[in-house]
Design a protein around this ligand. Structure first.
Ligand code: 3H9
Length: 719
């Protein structure tokens, strides 16, 4: 809806009203059409100002409408009518002007923005392009290179940058609407021809072909298979080479192909999923809206290895006072330097002062006595963590929330070492902890709603996407990773190479294949865990056949590489070779290929031809199958939790929505049929045996992913 009033005698004021972001729903569009008509027809009105309710100009088209039968006036003619008006129309931009919101403002003759406003055309992040004239007007206003940068990246800019680029005409630090009204009065009656952006020629750029070729190459590389960024380049090219109306036709055509694409569906699903995970709930009935977090002013980190340092930086950057504890003097000195360096670099990037004085250091765990929340980040060893939790329980003030950054150990067991197990949760960060957006907040059966809410809120404060998950081995992300890695190893045994497996996964859209990723994070990490689990034993030591452990098929390939000191990038050799220890450019290693041949010969394995499709099915469907088990076990509340974990923490391509969304796009029957097929071929691999939830979803008609929560509830109540 849009409200109309007259202010300062002769200014028609139109207020968009659709909380929380004044999205351009059918009713808002109709409201704009009606109120603009009214203002233009009112002889007393000399100029018009458009603003949004509650200090928010407009968040763009209403994304919720995209999946429905859209009705109401279209944005393009609505914006044309504003631009064609014979009275000046001024956009008063407070809060945000994004997507269709900025396009609406670009149709106005003038734009006045508040200094804290953010502007942008983020449609590309939803698998779309700015199709209400954004791809045609922005380049005409600010030039092709700057428009390409904003449109292909979907970047939000500050009001200051918008002013510098020429997107807005004035920035104010005070009442934006008052400033816009004053501005409108000052331009009333002046000619408007030079203010209609659609009539501008696109600023000339030298060697347009070379510019677009270069940009297209870069965009293709970073898009990892996403189609929207490429369509954005094509649309801007139309602005640069065609008259406005023909450019608009091209924009419409390109949008039509994107609008119904699976990628747009996946990205819009991901947008809503990211917000849905904030509305967490646990099987015990704790919920985001009924659980009150404890205030956290002072946080402590125990253990200043790589993870602890990153966590300390993330906490300090979020404005908390941080007590950083490391018992080893040498490590403490190094950590001080590293943390200060990270804080300084981060502050320089963000143009703020470094929060160096927020962090105090100690080698004594007693220093955390006053902390409101402590995050333990010591070495991944249960005995050590147990000791730390006992000490924390003794030294911390009553009510301190105790968190562990374990990546998979039993949170409940650690809780049992303390006096207040209800105050213990997991906060599983991802390396580097001050950069990676994902945080798994792990609750055990005894964790109180308040402890979960406190960790979730702290995650939000640190700018993380936090997902509440139940306590199980590996939680969600690492639990699903296990069958994925296992399949990759088995594929090597059966005839694949690391290069083939990685190629399949990178073409799917992962930034790095599984073997390159393993080289980057270090093969020794998994080796240590497998040794602790009694899996990685020297061949023959257990008296079992080398390729069977604990009654199941097992591949010792990773262990054998570690026995040779091949730990990945850090040693210059792993699944690939690198020019030096710590090198980052992977190249094929003939040694590895002959090692694989020798291994197969020793175990009587005959290499067969494996294609890219089999790699994808074996690796991804095994991972997805574990996702269904996680849902079945009630470790997460819905598929969105899993998908967000994979998109934000494990490099799953966002334009494919996440593993569970992807499964629903492939078709659950198809996933089931292929798992059955691969399980039949490998009956000794339990991870390939389809999960019963998958079977039940298929027999209940394979509902779309947004209905799984509801179906899960129904299925659970029938048990
Ligand atoms: C477009 O404009 C296409 C056109 O070019 C052409 C068409 C022909 N629609 O994120 P928050 C909801 S495409 C519907 O938690 P924040 C959101 O779901 C659009 N709903 O708050 C949430 O609902 P709930 C281009 C929307 O302060 C609530 O608002 N625009 C929309 O952290 C609060 O959101 C964009 O891509 C929307 N457009 O961040 C902007 N936007 O409470 C997308 C938000 O039920 N939006 N909601 O969970 C954003 O980036 C952020 O929401 C924003 C606010 C920065 C605006």
């Amino acid at each position: 809806m849009a409200q109309y009033s007259r202010v300062s005698g002769s200014v028609g004021l139109i207020t968009l009203q659709n909380p929380p972001v004044n999205a351009l729903s059918a009713a808002v569009r109709q409201g704009i059409v009606d109120t603009v008509k009214r203002a233009l027809g009112d002889p007393e009105v000399k100029a018009v100002v458009i603003r949004g309710q509650n200090g928010v100009f407009c968040g763009g088209a209403d994304i919720k409408e995209f999946g429905t039968n859209m009705s109401g006036p279209h944005l393009v003619p609505m914006i044309h009518a504003i631009e064609a008006a014979n009275k000046p129309v001024v956009a008063a931009i407070e809060g945000i002007a994004l997507g269709g919101g900025l396009e609406l403002a670009l149709g106005c003759h003038y734009r006045v923005a508040h200094s804290k406003a953010r502007l942008g055309l983020p449609e590309v992040t939803l698998g779309l392009l700015p199709a209400a004239g954004g791809t045609q007007r922005l380049p005409r206003l600010i030039g092709v290179p700057a428009a390409l940068d904003l449109i292909t990246k979907g970047r939000h800019i500050t009001a200051a940058e918008a002013l510098q680029l020429g997107v807005v005409d004035q920035v104010t630090g005070h009442g934006t609407v008052d400033a816009a009204v004053k501005f409108a009065l000052s331009v009333a009656g002046k000619p408007l021809d030079a203010r209609r952006i659609s009539t501008y020629p696109c600023p000339r750029t030298s060697d347009l072909d070379a510019l677009f070729e270069g940009v297209m190459q870069k965009v293709r590389q970073s898009a990892r298979g996403a189609i929207a960024p490429i369509a954005c380049v094509q649309a801007v090219r139309a602005a640069a080479t065609l008259p406005y109306l023909q450019g608009m036709e091209r924009e419409k055509e390109l949008m039509a192909t994107l609008f119904t694409s699976g990628q747009a569906r996946a990205l819009q699903y991901s947008f809503f999923a990211q917000r849905a995970v904030g509305r967490w709930s646990t099987p015990s009935g704790a919920r985001w809206d009924t659980s009150k977090p404890r205030p956290v002013h002072i946080a402590a980190v125990i253990g200043l290895g790589t993870m602890g340092r990153g966590i300390a930086v993330a906490l300090a950057q979020a404005g908390l006072s941080v007590i950083a504890v490391e018992t080893q003097e040498k490590q403490l000195m190094e950590a001080k330097q590293a943390v200060s360096g990270m804080l300084e670099r981060g502050a320089k990037r963000r143009g703020v002062a470094p929060a160096l004085d927020k962090v105090s250091y100690s080698h004594d765990i007693k220093a955390v006595a006053d902390a409101d929340l402590v995050i333990e980040a010591v070495f991944e060893d249960m005995a050590l963590k147990r000791t730390v939790f006992r000490q924390l329980s003794a030294v911390c003030k009553p009510g301190t929330v105790l968190c562990t950054n374990t990546s998979g150990l039993d949170v409940e067991h650690l809780a049992s070492q303390t006096r207040n197990p209800q105050l213990v949760v997991g906060m599983h960060f991802f390396a580097p902890a001050h950069v990676m957006k994902l945080l798994e907040v792990v609750y055990g059966p005894q964790s109180s709603p308040q402890a979960v809410a406190t960790a979730m809120q702290l995650g939000k404060k640190m700018g993380k996407v936090s997902v509440a998950v139940g306590n199980c081995r590996g939680f969600v992300g690492n639990r699903m990773l296990k069958p994925y890695l296992e399949q990759a190893f088995f594929l090597l045994e059966e005839g694949a190479t690391p290069e083939l497996v990685d190629r399949a996964l990178e073409e799917f859209g992962f930034p790095m294949g599984v073997f390159k990723m393993s080289d980057l994070s270090g093969l020794d990490v998994g080796w240590r865990v497998r040794k602790a689990d009694g899996l990685a034993e020297p061949v023959g030591a257990s008296g079992q056949p080398a390729r069977i452990r604990q009654g199941q098929r097992y591949s010792p390939l990773g262990d054998l590489l570690c026995e040779q000191g091949r730990f990945g990038q850090k040693t210059g050799r792993g699944w690939y070779q690198y020019d030096k220890s710590g090198g980052q450019v992977a190249s094929s290693d003939p040694w590895l290929h002959s090692f694989l041949e020798g291994y197969r010969a020793m175990h009587g394995l005959v290499a067969r031809r494996i294609d890219l499709q089999e790699v994808l099915e074996r690796c991804l469907y095994a991972l997805i199958n574990e996702g269904f088990r996680i849902l079945e076990d009630g470790i997460v509340a819905g598929p969105e939790d899993i998908d967000i974990i994979y998109v934000f923490g494990y490099g799953w391509p966002r334009h494919r929505g996440g593993p569970m969304f992807y499964a629903s796009m492939v078709g659950l029957e198809r996933v089931l049929e292929r798992l059955e097929h691969h399980h039949k071929a490998h009956p000794d691999v339990p991870h390939l045996q389809p999960c019963s939830l998958l079977r039940r979803l298929v027999s209940s008609g394979s509902p779309p992913v947004h209905r799984w929560r509801e179906v899960l509830k129904k299925l659970n109540s029938q048990l």
